[in-house]
Design a protein around this ligand. Structure first.
Ligand code: TLP
Length: 347
């Protein structure tokens, strides 16, 4: 049976080219800053985002946490979306481990926060309140339909945080997807932010690793945070080598994943019992709402999995499908046919 795994782009396995680079990687002790491959990856990441420095960390979750810990002292407040990965999917780590108070604002369907809401949420000087320190955005926005945030919007929030004396962090786990969909450079998307993180282990296909990009001072401090979180790794050039291949060989092909996601959305359009959440600009994420009379998302996901197609139940009535480099046009046809058959004859 054909297996089509659309649960996430995190399921991607390293390419042959990555495996060759990993086997040949020159390594050293990276806590002692002696791993030449890690240093090369960090320089490359900083250059791609046009930031002075970058730091290699094990995961996107640690990249966000180390960044927030670097920006915010205990008791400071971060303004972020109620659908943000940092707020929704990271165990509240910034609060649990860093004493950072979250101030969630409603995400609009396009992944943005209303700048007027941001401004209204900033705390005045008052002994009762935490001190607002940081705004955190997400690009592309995972739970908001994979929507890319535009350079104009990011500049607007960048100007706002400058005026308000705040800082801006962007969880850019999929920032290269955003850049590809918008037809702009990742550096343009990163420019208004004080810190930007991105992941190598999602659409870019590397086995592990994320980067934190920012000023030299910021990255130096984030390096301390990485160490206290247990993220100081040793001969980790073997992973960085795959990351270098990811940045050079996998970024240019992301548009293919977006085309596959568009193919999936178009194919599922009009299927009974399912509504494709429409996207103004499609990246690699497609959400499907199940009609009230249909089964719960977990049940539909299990029935689909029994037919070789894996999706994620993102909430009780919503499925998520994510395209990536293992997903071909034929896989999408197979997926549409499987869901079509299931919707017409569930048993
Ligand atoms: N997202 C995963 C799950 O955690 C939901 C996925 O399958 O999409 N920021 C964003 C925007 C993310 O989507 C993710 C992972 C992370 C951060 C965390 O990255 P990791 O998994 O490397 O800690």
């Amino acid at each position: 049976m054909r297996e089509v795994d659309l649960r996430s782009d995190t399921v991607t396995r390293p390419t042959d080219s990555m495996r060759r680079a990993m086997a040949a990687a020159e390594v050293g002790d990276d806590v002692m800053r002696e791993d030449p491959t890690v240093r090369r990856l960090e320089e490359m990441a900083a250059a791609r985002l046009d930031k002075p420095a970058a730091l290699f960390v094990p995961s996107g979750t640690m990249a966000n946490l180390a960044s927030l810990l670097t920006h915010c002292p205990r008791g400071a407040e971060v303004i972020l979306g109620d659908q943000a990965h940092i707020f929704y999917y990271e165990q509240g780590g910034a609060a649990a481990l860093g004493g950072i108070h979250p101030r969630p604002l409603p995400n609009r369907p396009d992944g943005t926060l209303d700048p007027a809401d941001i401004e209204a949420a900033v705390r005045p000087q008052d002994v009762h309140f935490p001190r607002t320190r940081l705004i955190a955005l997400e690009n592309t926005h995972n739970r908001c339909n994979g929507a890319p945030l535009s350079p104009d919007y990011l500049r607007q929030v960048g100007a706002l945080k400058d005026r308000l004396g705040l800082r801006l962090h962007v969880d850019g786990a999929r920032i290269f997807n955003a850049a590809a969909a918008l037809g702009v450079s990742p550096a343009e998307l990163a420019a208004p932010a004080d810190s930007v993180t991105f992941c190598l282990s999602k659409g870019l296909g590397a086995p592990a690793g994320s980067l934190i990009c920012g000023s030299r001072d910021f990255v130096e401090e984030a390096r301390r945070m990485r160490k206290v979180l247990g993220g100081g790794m040793r001969q980790v050039g073997v992973l960085a080598a795959a990351g270098i291949v990811a940045l050079t060989e996998m970024v240019p092909r992301l548009a293919e994943d977006h085309a596959r996601a568009g193919q999936l959305a178009a194919g599922l359009e009009g299927l009974p019992g399912i509504r494709v959440v429409p996207a103004a600009l499609r990246t690699n994420i497609v959400y499907l709402d199940i009609a009230p009379e249909g089964p719960p998302a977990a049940e539909l996901a299990a029935a689909l999995a029994a037919r070789g197609v894996k999706m994620l139940a993102a909430s009780p009535r919503r499925l998520r499908a994510v395209t990536h480099h293992h997903i071909s046009a034929a896989d999408i046809d197979h997926t549409v046919a499987a869901l079509d058959r299931l919707q017409r004859a569930p048993h």
